[in-house]
Ligand binder design. Sequence first.
Ligand SMILES: [Zn+2]
Length: 111
Amino acid sequence: MKKKLYKEEVKEKMRNFDEWFTDHYTAIIIVIIVFVLIPAYFILGKYRLESDRSKLMQKWNDGIHAECGGKYEYQQMIAGQSWTSYVYRCDKCGYVESFPYQMEFYDPEKD
Ligand SMILES: [Zn+2]
């Protein structure tokens, strides 16, 4: 008798929850988007930006070509419609590398 009552109670609660959910699911989805997806998007974006930056700083290596120890010398700027590329050439081995910024003035803290 007691068990049956409990089952009924659970059923009743489930039904109430279903009704509540049906009435509010739009709001629930909005809450999930606002509090979960949007922050996740920004956190992931920031993380990606930081890893891109550290890759770039590694490639620039304080203006030293890691392979031979020569110094990168600024050659020219190449500009497309939506991008700019700064070309550097190693003064020792002639290796050419391009960067998205003029690296001697690039400050990763300010970007
Ligand atoms: Zn070199």
